[in-house]
Design a protein around this ligand. Structure first.
Ligand SMILES: [Zn+2]
Length: 124
């Protein structure tokens, strides 16, 4: 192999290495972008989880607790603010009363009022 020939082979090799390096740099850039995107999405999901945890908590209103689901609507089953037992409204005309006999908590609305109380609560 003459000097001219080996120089040409070397140039080809360098050319191939340069091409490969450019491909790798391109791939690396792509992966970095994807990674940044994943980190961003993970962060958004963590925030969403934190929001859901907050919104599924109980809200105390008019002497009862209402559980709010992830969709933002409240449960139609009021719970006792003192012991978290389900509250009942006798014949829908008596105020909601704690289902635990020894507790005795009474809310200030009846079964008839429930729909309007839920509407009030949702408009808060
Ligand atoms: Zn109770």
């Amino acid at each position: 192999m003459g000097n001219t020939q080996s120089a040409a082979v070397l140039r080809d090799h360098i050319g191939l290495i340069k091409t490969r390096l450019e491909q790798l740099e391109q791939r690396n850039k792509q992966l970095e972008e994807e990674n940044a995107d994943f980190v961003k999405r993970m962060h958004e999901m963590q925030q969403q989880i934190a929001r859901d945890a907050k919104t599924s908590q109980y809200t105390e209103y008019r002497g009862a607790l209402f559980e709010r689901g992830a969709s933002g609507t409240y449960s139609k089953t009021p719970r006792c603010p003192a012991c978290h037992s389900v509250m009942f409204s006798f014949q829908n005309v008596m105020e909601f009363t704690c289902g635990k006999p020894t507790c005795g908590q009474i809310a200030n609305f009846t079964g008839f009022d429930l729909e309007s109380v839920l509407k009030e609560l949702e408009s808060l």
